[in-house]
Each structure stands twice: as C-alpha cells, then as structure tokens.
Design a protein around this ligand. Structure first.
Ligand SMILES: O=C(O)C1=C[C@@H](OP(=O)(O)O)[C@@H](O)[C@H](O)C1
Ligand SMILES: C=C(OP(=O)(O)O)C(=O)O
Length: 450
C-alpha cells in the first residue's frame, strides 16, 4: 500500500474559485463496522457505498483471514458471508491493519472473546499508537495481549476461551475503545455494560441494533450507559453507507476560504456525534447551509452548501464538542488561520495520539506558513490573519497522517504562496478520490515529484 511505500510529495496553490458538486465517498467509521458486524452475522450482508480506502480494505482483508467471505461486485456492491458470533477461525497470517487505529482496535475487540490467537501489526504510524486502551478492558473478559513496550504493535492477542461479561467505564473519550468492548461483549454470556462520560460516535450501537442485537443506551449521572446482551445471533443486513462528514470537511472548508467559491457536498450524515465541525464553522460565521434535510437509514442527512466566507471570526470551541469533531480539528485550524481573531480549541488531548500528534504537526506547519499557534497538552490556539492574508510558501510534514496532508493542501488553495506536503500517500487511507474530486471543483493540487 502506498502509505508503506514511496512518498508522494504534493503541492497546492491558489487559483480561481471552487465550484460544483463534491460527492465524497462512504463513511470510514461505518464502513469498518459494516464489514466486521457482517463477518459476525450468520449469512450474507450486502454493503453499498463502502469506503474503498486503504484502512477499510485492510479490515476487509482481515475479515477474510478470520474466515468470513468478503467479495466485491464490479458495480461496487460488497458481500460479506458471516461466520456468526464466536465463529472466527484462527488466522494463519499476521493481521496488518496498515494505518488504521479503528481497524486494529475494533478487530481486536471482535476476536478477544473467541478461543483463537492472532497477531496484529501496522505501518510506522500505527505501531506508535497506544493499544493498552483496548487491551486493558479486553483483559477483563479473559483475553491476553503481549506486545511491544508501552502496549504497541506488533501485538499478539490470545482470545478468552471462557469469556465473562464486563462492566467498563471508558477512561478516555474514544469510540474505538467503546466499540472494542461492545464487540468483545458479543461473545460473552450475559450483559456487557460500557459507560462513557462523554458521548462519542454511536455507529457501533446503532449498527448492533440493526443486526438484531439487544442493546440499550441510557443517560445516567455516570454518563451514557450502554448495555449489550451477549451471544445473540446477528442477522445479516443490507447496508447503504452514508457519505463521510470527515471527508466532506475538506471541500467544505476549502470553499469557505477560496475567494468566490460555491460548492455543494450532497448526502452528508449529520449524526450529532459527528457533526461538530459544521456547528463550529457556522458559529464562526461561515456561509454554510444545510439543504434538503432528510432522514436516511435512521440518520439525519443533508446536502451541505459552502460559499466563500471572508468575514469569519475566531471562536472558543467548547471542549464538550471535541468528540463530535475530533478528526476535523486539523482542517478547522486551517479555516481559523484564514478567519479574523483567535480560535481556541480545548479538551483535545486525544489529538496527540492519532496517526500523528496532530496539534504538533499542525502547529509546526502553520507556523512555517506564517501563522501564529500556541499550544498546551490538551489545547491549542490559532491566531487568524484574515481572509487572503496567510503567507503560505512552506513544505509541511504529513507524518503518515492523511488529515494533516489534506489540511495543508487545503491551506495552499487560499495562501499567498503555494503550500506543499512531503507525502500525500496517506490520503488514500480515507479519501482515495481526494485529488480528482478537488480538481473537478477547480483546485490546483499537484503531485510534484521528490
Ligand atoms: O470509532 C471510530 O470509527 C473512530 C473513532 C475516533 O477515534 P478514537 O476512538 O480514538 O477517538 C476517530 O478519531 C477515528 O477516526 C474513527
Ligand atoms: C484518527 C483517524 O483514524 P484511525 O484512528 O482509524 O486511524 C482518522 O481517520 O482521522
């Protein structure tokens, strides 16, 4: 895969306005879950709109290694022949999850309560990321994990032969940890309870219910209490994956900062656990409207229309909104650089353990582009220079992080001088059609050679 291979240097420069319709691909979080739950159901799940990015393709490959049948028709429909809860086979090869934290953590959860052993690895980014956050709760079910120092990959997980159900309060706001525990709970007898103090994306709970599991969510003084009854027979589903709000963020933010732009991004899921960026942009004064608001597959969906917004103002983004826009802070920082005044982002410690330390990666690159950024362990503040005033002109490091690469390329579209990134190859992990999609809107983003 390209994120393991030759770097792809890229550069973006200002050109005319961006205009047209940007049909972004399927939601990455929902795509992983559709493949994993499809593999744990009995019978054939059909998936349309699956994100065919490297992260999700690695999860598809992993599901095959655990014994599920996973195939793709020429028209892009995917079929998953599930083996049932507790039916995973022991893989005879190392499971390489590439760049994907979601993939490895959810799959570890899904196999942790079966009497099989699997070894997991990933790329140079994923092998630096913390895994104890999932292996600690999975140990409570009876699973054992042995990895590198500090709970890093490669790591071998020995699933519990006689799993017990678990009651677990997630110590960090993480949908991946919550989901790993719920997926492990599927093959434990009795009720597994997960408590989260801050609401994170709820796709696992929604999809578990869709597959016929008994799962309830209640709000209590402790937070959201999710209760799953173990050992259900999951019924195969037909799933239409909605378009990814985290990918929509890039054409939306680009349109807001490139003079004269008017871009429509149709069919974007506005699940409240995912839509924090759009709320934030509107608070900053962005000309961002929701058109044709509707419900699709039980999720609120709208067409987003973003127009050039030269008068945006910096704001303090409330910390309780962080989980609902956690992957969007890098591109928000780019918009903040083009707004007037300071944008303060607090409660964002989790940004430091993504594909890169995203606060550090953005701060270094933005400073090189002439933007002042201050930071602490769980906060950062960008001083906006106002529309058209960001100097740019720097080469920024993407640190094997797709969102960092795309964010700096978006900045280049609005900066006074081109902005380049050392390696755009990780973009293929989540948004494989980023380059043609942005080009069709009129963006000048090029591969530049080493
Ligand atoms: O559950 C998911 O699909 C995801 C959860 C988030 O990670 P954390 O759970 O680490 O916050 C997010 O950053 C990631 O892109 C996708
Ligand atoms: C953090 C991300 O993904 P993951 O944790 O799955 O690698 C992301 O897509 O921004």
């Amino acid at each position: 895969m390209s994120a393991h291979g030759t770097p792809i240097p890229m550069s973006a420069k200002a050109a005319g306005p961006l205009s047209g319709v940007a049909e972004v691909p399927g939601d990455k979080s929902i795509s992983h879950r559709a493949l994993i739950l499809g593999a744990m159901a009995v019978g054939e799940t059909r998936i349309t709109g699956l994100l065919e990015g490297e992260d999700v393709l690695d999860t598809a490959k992993a599901m095959r290694a655990f014994g599920a049948g996973v195939t793709r028709d020429d028209d892009g429909t995917w079929h998953v022949h599930g083996v049932g809860v507790g039916g995973f086979a022991e893989p005879d090869q190392v499971i390489d999850c590439g760049n994907s934290g979601t993939g490895v953590r959810l799959i570890m959860g899904a196999m942790a309560t079966s009497p099989i052993t699997a070894t997991f690895t990933g790329d140079a980014s994923l092998t630096k990321r913390p895994m104890a956050r999932v292996t600690d709760p999975l140990a409570l079910f009876g699973a054992q994990a042995v990895g590198r120092a500090g709970g890093r990959l490669p790591m071998t997980m020995v699933g519990a032969a006689d799993p017990v159900p678990v009651r677990y309060t997630v110590p960090v706001p993480s949908a991946q940890v919550k989901s790993a525990v719920l997926l492990a709970g599927l093959n434990a007898p009795g009720q597994t309870v997960v408590i989260e103090k801050e609401a994170t994306r709820d796709h696992t709970e929604r999809m578990l219910a869709g597959f016929g599991a008994e799962v309830t969510t209640e709000q209590s003084e402790e937070g959201r209490v999710i209760t799953l009854t173990g050992q259900p027979e999951l019924e195969p589903q037909t799933i239409a994956v909605p378009r990814d709000p985290s990918s929509a963020a890039f054409p939306v933010c680009a349109a807001l900062i490139v003079p004269g732009s008017d871009v429509l991004v149709p069919g974007i899921g506005l699940n409240p656990t995912r839509a924090g960026l759009f709320t934030t942009l509107r608070e900053m004064g962005a000309d961002l409207t929701y058109e044709n608001e509707r419900e699709e597959g039980g999720e609120p969906v709208a067409d987003l229309r973003a127009r050039y917004s030269p008068d945006m103002k910096g704001i303090a983004v409330p910390p309780e909104r962080a989980a609902s826009m956690i992957d969007e802070y890098p591109v928000l920082a780019v918009v903040a650089a083009c707004a007037n005044g300071k944008t303060l982002m607090t409660g964002v410690r989790e940004l430091r353990v993504k594909e890169s330390d995203r606060i550090d990666a953005m701060a270094v690159g933005l400073r090189a582009c002439g933007v002042s950024v201050e930071e602490g362990e769980d906060w950062w503040e960008v001083t906006g220079l106002g529309a058209g005033n960001v100097p740019g002109g720097a080469r920024c490091a993407s640190h094997l992080d797709h969102r960092i690469a795309m964010s700096f390329l978006v900045l280049g579209l609005a900066a006074q001088s081109p902005v380049s990134v050392d390696d755009g190859s990780p973009i293929a992990t989540s948004f494989p059609v980023f380059e043609p999609l942005m080009a069709a809107l009129g963006a000048k983003i090029e591969r530049t050679g080493a």
